[in-house]
Design a binder for this molecule. Structure first.
Ligand SMILES: Cc1cc2nc3c(=O)[nH]c(=O)nc-3n(C[C@H](O)[C@H](O)[C@H](O)COP(=O)(O)O)c2cc1C
Length: 169
């Protein structure tokens, strides 16, 4: 894939779910001849030298993980100059309610002065052993259905559309 445009895919996760979803976004970028780099927001990757950035976070009580918000804030200057796409991963999207996760993603970008080319709210998982006891109790109290509701085809279709909207494919 030498010479392909470079895309940085950044994720913030607690249970590992959003990392796997971001991995599919990166795989779709590679399948389209781009050069993806997948990084955890906690490792504070530099967006310098990339032609586009996709950033996603899992949801906690309607919010993004702090690591994702902080990464956006830390790199606003560069991020305002490159096409960006943002996505949330959560359990509300499983019940067909994608509006909250999309709004959260868009607002996180807008707080950093970024106008995203694409947004999404993608279904995640509730696999109890991946969460702490307090988290598990909250999810159970919210009557969250147990299971893995990630959908690789949906993620890859959105990634393809987002990369198009970013002018990268
Ligand atoms: C304490 C807690 C709060 C949550 N709040 C939301 C929420 O507000 N909206 C939502 O869609 N999902 C919510 N979820 C579900 C997670 O976003 C979902 O399990 C996701 O797959 C987790 O991915 P991550 O661990 O990569 O962040 C919550 C989960 C926990 C543990």
């Amino acid at each position: 894939m030498e010479g392909g445009k470079r895309v940085l895919v950044v994720f913030a996760t607690g249970s590992g779910c959003t990392e796997s979803v971001a991995g599919w976004v990166a795989e779709e970028a590679a399948a389209r001849g781009l050069e993806p780099t997948l990084r955890d927001a906690k490792s504070d990757p530099s967006p310098e030298g990339f032609d586009g950035v996709v950033i996603g976070s899992g949801l906690r009580a309607g919010k993004w993980h702090g690591a994702a918000e902080q990464w956006l804030q830390r790199h606003t200057e560069r991020l305002r100059e490159v096409p960006c796409a943002v996505f949330s991963v959560g359990m509300r999207a499983v019940a067909g309610d994608a509006s909250e996760g999309e709004a959260t993603a868009r607002q996180a970008a807008e707080r950093a002065g970024i106008e995203p080319a694409a947004t999404a709210s993608l279904p995640g998982w509730f696999i109890p052993k991946r969460f702490s006891l307090p988290e598990r109790l909250i999810l159970k109290a919210m009557k969250t259905p147990e299971g893995d509701f990630r959908d690789e085809a949906v993620v890859r279709a959105w990634a393809a559309q987002a990369l198009d909207a970013m002018g990268l494919s």
